[in-house]
Design a protein around this ligand. Structure first.
Ligand code: FES
Length: 340
């Protein structure tokens, strides 16, 4: 059984299976609805039910207040229709959103490599024509024996849709990432769905680009940078600031140094905030946002910035960028990917 959901003001129609969330159905049918966390905590996906019934689901009381529930508001990522619906949504679609529909995949693990003592790269081969996605998007991975799914950004460029890479940080006590570090073997099959997410380069805006990344948050910027550098028509300047505590945690440095040597429009600035005594390091010492301030002399106007990493890094980077006259609308970030 399925229900028909009409989205106003565009009049687009989404077919929602019984028990499916409205957001899941929209993503699988390539229909734009704004969202971020995907699990009822941020409120980005709020819609209003104008006609019909829909259960609230696991919406947090911060993201959807009691009064809003009474007025018919729902979170698309949690709500399940109980009849045909007419809803009103913020359908101000981002012009750079490609709308690649979400699909289910069975992937095969092609290689596993340790990038740092706590981060490993898992490369997956996808069947058929592979997954169409935008650089910066993520997948939801089912880890055998672990309930639910875990989100991981795709670290490879869309130009290789049959081979995607994930950077998986081992989270202390996290069942899924521990399994992926200890049990996963090459040749194994894994179930996943994707692509998801609205963290991608706004290519229609020609401003130069700043990436600030920390830890395994390098994955989506890596995909976006490879994608931009792959485009012979693209001329914007790109600067990547990569933060790590010490040298053993700084990965893909040689890869980005080689790209910087090959592409004059790409600059790479790695920074260590706590180098060890025996680290052979003559680069920037300090936090990654301070490295960005020093590099740009504190002035960031006329750029687009993309941030991906631990929440404290993102907060510090936002503060530095806005103090340096970058508007909020020019700052994009991915801070919900906390796979454990
Ligand atoms: Fe965050 Fe729905 S509440 S996307």
């Amino acid at each position: 059984m399925s229900y028909e959901v009409t989205i106003e003001p565009t009049g687009e129609i989404v077919e929602v299976e019984e028990g499916q969330t409205l957001l899941d159905a929209a993503l699988r049918q390539g229909v734009w609805l704004p969202f971020a966390c995907g699990h009822g905590t941020c409120g980005t996906c709020k819609v209003q039910v104008l006609e019909g019934e829909a259960e609230v689901g696991e919406a947090s009381s911060f993201a959807l207040m009691d009064m809003e529930r009474d007025e018919g508001f729902r979170l698309a990522c949690c709500c399940r229709p109980e009849s045909d619906l007419v809803i009103e949504a913020d359908v101000d679609e981002d012009p750079d959103f490609a709308g690649h529909p979400v699909q289910d995949w069975t992937a095969t693990v092609s290689t596993i490599a340790d990038l740092t003592p706590t981060i490993r790269e898992i490369r997956l081969t996808l069947p058929g024509e592979g997954m169409a996605f935008q650089a910066g998007q993520y997948i939801n991975l089912q880890v055998p024996g672990v309930e639910g799914t875990r989100a991981f950004s795709i670290a490879t460029a869309p130009g290789t849709p049959n081979e995607i890479a994930l950077h998986v940080r081992r989270v202390e006590g996290g069942a899924a990432t521990t399994w992926l570090h200890e049990q996963l073997e090459e040749g194994q099959a894994l179930e996943l769905s994707g692509p998801y997410g609205q963290f991608f380069v706004r290519k229609s805006d020609p401003k130069d680009v700043i990436f600030i990344a920390g830890g395994s948050g390098l994955s989506s910027p890596e995909s976006m940078i490879l994608d931009l550098l792959d485009d012979p028509e693209d001329t914007r300047r790109i600067t990547l600031f990569q933060g790590a505590r010490h040298l053993a945690e700084l990965y893909h440095r040689e890869r980005f140094e080689a790209l910087a040597a090959e592409h004059p429009r790409f600059d790479y600035v790695p920074a260590l905030n706590a180098p060890l005594d025996d680290d052979a390091w003559d680069g920037v010492v300090g936090f990654v946002h301070d490295a960005a301030i020093a590099h740009f002399d504190g002035r960031f106007s006329e750029h687009k910035a993309y941030l991906c990493g631990p929440p404290p890094m993102i907060e510090s980077a936002i503060g530095a960028l806005m103090k340096g006259r970058l508007f909020e609308r020019d700052i994009h970030m991915e801070r919900f990917l906390t796979a454990a």
